[in-house]
Ligand binder design. Structure first.
Ligand code: FAD
Length: 419
C-alpha cells in the first residue's frame, strides 16, 4: 500500500545522493536483501547492526537533521529534505533518530531557537552523533496533561540555581547525559509565567534515576529525583520565567517528531521494524475465519485512511508548507490504529501471550508480537493523551468552546494541585 509522489528534479537528485550515501555506509548485503525482499538475509545482515555506531555515522553526514543549519551539523535544508530523508530511512529500515529521538527531535531544535551561542557550540554536534543522549524532564506525578502546574522548584543562588523535586515517566533517563528540565522559579505568578528551562547534567550530584518496570518487562522510563542539584546559570535556556515559551518549542517539535513517524517505529531501543501491516498479517495464520477477516478488514481500511492522510501531509510538506493542525488528528488516529492492529495478537494463540524470557519485544517472533501489543498501550498516552488531543482538535480546529480554566488569574501558589 504505497502511493508514489513524483519528485521534482531537485528532490530526485537529493534522494539519489542520499541513496548512494546509504549504500556506501550500510553493511554489505543490507540494500540487496531489502531489494530482493529476502527477510532471512536481512535478518543475518542486521545482526551486527550497532545503533550507536549508526548514530555516529549518520550524525556526521548532515542527514540526521537536514533542517538544522549547516554550521550546527545539518544541511540548512528546506522542509521537503526532512521528508525525503525519513522516507529513505524508513525504506531502508533504519531508525529515524536512533536512540536520540529526544535529543535530535526536541532538545536540538529548542537550543537552536532559544539557546546561547555557547550552548549551541557545546551541545548540538554531540546530540547528532549520539555521543550525548538526552531526556525530557517535564512530567511530574501531579503534572502531565496540565504540565504548567508542575512543582519542581529552582531557586537562584548567585551564579547557580538549586533544584529540588521529582519528575516521572522520563524516557531513557538511565542512558541520558543531559536532560531538558522545566522547573518552577517563581511560585507567586500565574502558573505559565513562573517557569524556567534548564539543561541539566544527569551525572550531577543529587540527581537520582530510578527505573520504572513496564508491562513489557523492560524499564524504558524512570522516576528522576532532584535533591539540592546545583545547575549553573549558564545552563539556563531563555530568560528566567520564560520557560513555558521554550517548553512550547520542545512540545511542538515533539508532536512533529512523533507525527512524522509511523507510530510503531518510535522505539527507544532504536528498533528497526518490519512494515506494520505485514506484521499484522503475519500474526494471523488462519485467514479463513470470518470474524478474524472482518477484524483484518477494519485494520486494513484504517491503514488506508492513515496512509492517504500521511500522503496529503507529505505532499503539503514537499510543496514547502509547514505542518498543520492535522498533526494532532494523525497522532490520535495512528495511536488507536496501532492498538487495533496489535490486538490481532490473539489470532496467533497462547504462544504469543506466554513468552519465555523476561522482556517482551526481544528474541523470538512471539516475544516480538507480545512486545508490540503491550507497548502499543502507551501510544494513546505518550506525547499527549488522546483525550487531551481531542479537546485541542475540538477547540483549535473545530472552533468549539474552550474548557473553563479554574486557574485563570491565580498565582501558581494559589491553585489547587495534587502536589
Ligand atoms: C511511554 C511514555 C513515555 C513518556 N516519556 C516522557 C518523557 O520522556 N518525559 C516526560 O516529561 N514525559 C513523558 N511521558 C509522559 C506523558 O507526557 C504523560 O503521561 C502525558 O502527558 C499524560 O500525563 P499523565 O500521565 O500525568 O496523565 P494525566 O494528565 O493525569 O491524565 C490522566 C487521564 O485524564 C485525562 N485528562 C487529563 N486532562 C484532561 C482534560 N482536560 N480533558 C479530558 N481528559 C483529561 C487524560 O487523557 C488521562 O486519560 C511519557 C509517557 C509515556 C506513556
Amino acid at each position: 500500500m504505497r502511493w508514489a509522489l513524483e519528485d521534482t528534479p531537485e528532490q530526485a537528485a537529493f534522494r539519489e545522493e542520499l541513496k548512494s550515501y546509504l549504500a556506501g555506509v550500510l553493511p554489505r548485503g543490507w540494500v540487496e536483501a531489502l531489494e530482493t525482499r529476502d527477510e532471512e538475509a536481512f535478518a543475518r545482515v542486521r545482526r551486527g547492526f550497532d545503533v550507536f555506531e549508526w548514530m555516529a555515522t549518520i550524525g556526521r553526514s548532515g542527514y540526521a537533521a537536514p533542517l538544522w543549519p549547516t554550521e550546527h551539523g545539518g544541511l540548512s535544508g528546506e522542509a521537503w529534505t526532512q521528508q525525503v530523508v525519513r522516507e529513505e530511512l524508513e525504506r531502508h529500515r533504519l531508525p529515524i533518530f536512533g536512540l536520540n529521538l529526544l535529543g535530535v527531535g526536541l532538545a536540538g531544535p529548542t537550543i537552536i531557537a532559544h539557546g546561547t551561542e555557547e550552548q549551541k557550540a557545546r551541545y548540538l554536534a554531540k546530540i547528532l552523533t549520539g555521543e550525548e543522549i538526552w531526556c525530557q524532564l517535564f512530567s511530574e506525578p501531579g503534572a502531565g496533561s496540565d504540565l504548567a502546574s508542575l512543582a519542581t522548584r529552582a531557586v537562584r543562588d548567585g551564579e547557580e540555581w538549586v533544584v529540588n523535586g521529582q519528575k516521572v515517566w522520563t524516557s531513557i533517563a538511565q542512558l541520558a547525559r543531559f536532560g531538558m528540565l522545566l522547573a518552577r522559579s517563581d511560585p507567586n505568578v500565574p502558573k505559565h509565567e513562573g517557569l524556567t528551562y534548564f539543561i541539566v547534567d544527569m551525572h550531577a550530584t543529587g540527581v537520582e534515576v530510578r527505573p520504572l518496570r513496564q508491562l513489557t518487562g523492560s524499564a524504558e522510563f524512570n522516576e528522576v529525583f532532584f535533591a539540592d542539584v546545583r545547575v549553573p546559570d549558564a545552563n539556563r535556556v531563555g530568560a528566567a520565567g520564560d520557560g513555558w515559551r521554550c517548553a512550547r518549542t520542545t512540545l511542538m517539535n515533539e508532536r512533529v517528531a512523533l507525527a512524522g513517524l509511523s507510530i510503531d517505529s518510535v522505539s527507544v531501543t532504536g528498533g528497526v521494524r518490519k512494515d506494520p501491516w505485514e506484521s499484522a498479517l503475519d500474526q494471523v495464520p488462519d485467514r479463513t475465519d470470518p470474524v478474524m477477516r472482518q477484524r483484518l478488514a477494519r485494520v486494513f481500511s484504517r491503514q488506508i485512511v492513515k496512509e492517504t492522510t500521511a500522503f496529503r501531509s507529505t505532499a503539503a510538506r514537499l510543496a514547502g508548507e509547514e505542518p498543520g493542525p492535522e498533526g494532532g488528528v494523525s497522532k490520535v488516529f495512528n495511536a488507536e490504529l496501532n492498538q487495533l492492529r496489535t490486538d490481532t495478537i490473539d489470532a496467533a494463540g497462547l504462544s504469543s501471550l506466554a513468552w519465555e524470557t523476561g522482556v517482551a519485544g526481544t528474541g523470538t517472533p512471539e516475544e516480538a508480537r507480545a512486545g508490540a501489543f503491550l507497548r502499543a498501550r502507551a501510544n494513546t498516552i505518550e506525547g499527549g493523551t488522546s483525550e487531551v488531543l481531542r479537546n485541542q482538535i475540538a477547540e483549535r480546529i473545530l472552533g468549539l468552546p474552550r474548557d473553563p480554566d479554574p486557574d485563570r488569574g491565580l498565582s501558581w501558589s494559589e491553585t489547587r494541585r495534587t502536589t
